[in-house]
Write a protein that binds this ligand. Sequence first.
Ligand code: NAP
Length: 293
Amino acid sequence: MDTHRQIRRIGFIGLGIMGRSMAGHVLAAGHELWVYNRSRDKADELIGRGARWCDSPGELAAACDMVITIVGYPSDVEQVYLGDGGLVERAAPGTLLVDMTTSSPSLARRIAQAAQARDCAALDAPVSGGDVGAREARLSIMVGGDEAAFQRALPVLSCMGKNIVRLGGPGNGQHTKMCNQIVIASTIVGVTEGLVYAQRAGLDPTTVLQAIGGGAAAGFQLNVLGPRIVAGDVAPGFFIEHFLKDLGIALGEAAQMGLELPGLTLARSLYEKMAGRGFARDGTQALFKLYQG
Ligand code: NAP
C-alpha cells in the first residue's frame, strides 16, 4: 500500500448537525474539500465557501486522497462504503478512508478488511463532544485501525478535535465510543432526575445548576444539557433516535460478551418510551418530558 500518498484532496460525506461543522473546519484549515450528502441543500454553505459537490460517494472517492464520513446509522455506513459504486469500490489505491459515524465495531472491521483488499486503509474514528464540540473543533476522537494510517490521518483529524486517541486495531474506536455512550446513558438519567427533583422541592433549577455544576456532578450532560432542560429546549444537538441506535449497538455487543448492564438497559427503556411518544427527533435532553406525566 502507498502509505506515503500525500493528502491534498479531502472528501466529506454526511453534512448534518456534526458533519457540517467538522467539514467546515477542514476547509478553513486550507484543504481542498469535496462534499456529498443525501440532501444536497445541506452542502450549500460549504459550496459557497469553496467546497466542490460530487454526485455520489463513488465519484467523491475517485477524486480524493482521503475520505471522511459521518452519516447516520450503520446501514448508511454500509451503503456508502460497501455498496455498489461505493467508497471501497471506487477509491484509488492508497486512499485513506475514515468513518466518524457512531456505528458497529463489526462493520468497522469488515470495512477495514475490504479496504485493505483494495490497497486502501480504513479507520473507525467516532467522536464525542456533541454539537458544541463539533462547532468549536473540540471533539474527542476515538480511533481504531492501523498505526501508520492513524499517523497519516492525524493532521486532518486535528482540525476537528483536541483529544485524539488510537485504541488499537479496526473496531476499537467504535468499542470505545460504546464505553462513552454507556457512561452517558446513566448520566443523562441522573441529570434529568436531579433537575426534576429540584423543581419539585421548590428550588430554582438555574441556581441549583450553578451550585452543583462546579462539583463532583459536573460534566457535559449537566453543564451543557442541564440549562437546555431548565429552559425546556428540546432542539436536537443529539437525536434521541441516534442515541437509541447507539444503546442498541452497546447492548448487543455486551450480550455477545455475556455482560449484563442494568443501567444501560433502564436508560434504553426510558428512551424507547420517548420514541414511542413521538419524540425520536428531539434532543436527548428531552427526557424530562417523561417526568411531566
Ligand atoms: P444528522 O444531522 O442526521 O447527520 C447525518 C447526515 O448524514 C445527514 O445530513 C444525512 O443526510 C447524511 N446521510 C445519511 N445517510 C447518508 C447516505 N447514505 N449518503 C449520504 N449522506 C447520508 O446526524 P448527526 O447528529 O450529525 O450525527 C451523525 C452521526 O454522528 C450519528 O451516527 C450520530 O450518532 C453521531 N454523533 C452525533 C453526535 C451529536 O451530538 N449530534 C455526537 C457524536 C456522534 P440528510 O441531510 O438527507 O438527512
